[in-house]
Design a protein around this ligand. Structure first.
Ligand code: BG6
Length: 485
């Protein structure tokens, strides 16, 4: 396969706004991600009238167009989606399939033939990371990259050096504006809501800093185990599977300064500033764990020390966040499934009701709940306990987004819809990805042991020591572990 040096373009209208893509090509369309997420998301886009372009699926599986369509339809139904025959007929009429090997030129020639007159295709690479470069080289050699956008699945690199190297290679063929690094957490409404919550309300931003915030905790707990993903997971581990991407993106939104405008460039610039100010995490602020029984999972190497749990303390050395620890914990086979971020405020400056024998009030907490059908925000504030003279008692103000705001889009529905329109806000830039890898560089170089923990717990107890001076881990809503919610 040959690669010519060529300056690629971003497809824009004469007034500079992005041009809508005129075709969608998905590589890796026979895989698990497509089955569980992509087809149903495209169906939802079609239902909203937003999938108007031809859709070409590419994979190694030997399918006819009809078999490809049957697989897509079954996948949509398996996701619990009710299928309207009118929507499906219109969608499937635009679908075709290319069977091919990603290392062969003829695969890309076959894609080219199917693309016909399309000028601004969107290529989505939901393929193993080792094939990202091969696929882009193939598309480039076939002359298909000039006005294209390319959506690349995670992980982008496996450390800082490999992320820089991959970008160096891709940028021979694509410019930064053409590369859409997808992270489905950025497609979740409740996660993007962090920005709206902070910058569309007057009352939070003035106290969103080290003068008022004592610490921030992020928990991404999963009660299920590695299951049939052993050979993938064992090469990655929790740090690269979810911290470098999903959790870091949450921290970017929580810690960024207000952007000067709502453009992708201005938003990304502020997120980057947060990552540039992030201190590389010290091995002493890192606890790794592995659940008992992990070695029995198919595909896991004998004696593997891959972590299935991590707990981390990190700092962002910016004016806003100096001295405020951000705590992270995530793992498989834990006591509950929940993703949350809790901003913990300092106590009031004065213990005013001390004389009447009242204890120091609890800290205020602002809790964001992400995903798993339970999106929302809770504020824990103090109210007068009616059974006492002047003592306070924590009460919770709660909003459930599904009830208050209605149905949300699926993450990939949002992100693929955005990519088709050239809206880059919810995608990570190269510099942001590099920033996340730099933050993890010291602990990747010096990971330490993986401590065993029992399935159904919240990881090794050693993780408690990281946070004990900050009131301990806060239990996710609905779970019984840790401190009361
Ligand atoms: C994926 C990880 O990116 O995100 C999985 O590879 C993880 O290991 C999943 O379970 C979590 O996504 P969600 O949307 O279910 O929270």
């Amino acid at each position: 396969m040959t690669t010519m040096q060529q300056t690629a373009q971003t497809a824009t209208n004469p007034n500079g706004t992005p041009t809508d893509s005129d075709a969608l090509v998905i590589f890796g369309v026979s895989g698990d991600l497509a089955k569980k997420m992509t087809f149903v998301s495209l169906y939802k886009l079609a239902e909203r009238g937003l999938l108007k372009v031809p859709f070409i699926g590419v994979a190694f599986t030997d399918w006819s167009d009809e078999e490809f369509k049957a697989h897509a339809l079954q996948s949509i139904k398996d996701c619990g989606q009710k299928v309207d025959s009118g929507v499906w007929d219109a969608m499937s009429a635009k679908m075709t399939y290319v069977q091919g090997d990603y290392t062969k030129d003829e695969t890309y020639q076959a894609v080219k033939a199917k693309l016909g007159d399309a000028k601004n295709p969107l290529f989505y690479l939901e393929i193993p990371p080792g094939l990202f470069l091969t696929a882009v080289q193939g598309l480039h050699a076939a002359g298909l990259t000039e006005n294209a956008r390319v959506v690349i699945e995670k992980p982008f690199g496996y450390d800082y050096d490999s992320a820089v190297k991959l970008y160096g290679q891709l940028s021979q063929m694509l410019n930064e504006e053409q590369i859409y690094r997808i992270d489905h957490y950025l497609g979740k409404n409740a996660i993007q809501d962090i920005m709206v919550w902070r910058f569309s309300n007057r009352m939070f931003e003035p106290i969103w800093n080290s003068a008022h915030v004592e610490s921030v905790q992020i928990t991404m707990a999963e009660s299920f185990d590695v299951a049939d993903r052993g050979s993938f997971y064992d090469r990655v581990g929790a740090l690269k599977d979810v911290v470098q991407n999903h959790i870091m993106q949450i921290i970017g939104l929580l810690s960024m300064d207000p952007p000067s405008t709502a453009t992708p460039a201005a938003i990304h610039a502020q997120q980057l500033h947060a990552f540039e100010s992030m201190r590389p995490i010290e091995p002493s602020d890192y606890v790794r764990g592995q659940y008992t029984g992990y070695h029995d999972v198919e595909g896991v190497a004998e004696g593997s020390t891959t972590e299935t749990f991590v707990a981390i303390k990190l700092y962002i050395d910016s004016w806003r966040w100096a001295g405020v620890p951000f705590f992270i914990r995530t793992g498989k086979n834990l006591g509950c499934t929940a993703t949350e971020a809790v901003v913990v405020y300092k106590r009031p400056p004065l213990q005013l009701f001390k004389e009447t024998g009242c204890p120091h009030p609890e800290r205020n907490r602002l809790r964001f709940r992400f995903g798993h059908g339970d999106d929302g925000v809770q504020m824990q504030v103090q109210a007068l306990d009616p059974s006492s003279q002047m003592a306070s008692k924590p009460v919770v103000l709660n909003v459930d987004f599904s009830e208050a705001l209605g149905e949300e889009k699926l993450p990939y529905e949002q992100l693929l819809g955005d990519a088709l329109q050239g809206i880059a806000t919810r995608f990570a830039t190269q510099k942001i990805i590099e920033g996340t890898w730099i933050a993890l560089s010291k602990i990747l170089a010096n990971p330490g042991p993986a401590l065993e923990y029992a399935p159904g717990t919240m990881g090794p107890r050693e993780s408690d020591a990281l946070i004990e001076h900050y009131g301990g881990w806060i239990a996710p809503v609905g779970s019984k572990s840790d401190q009361p919610a």
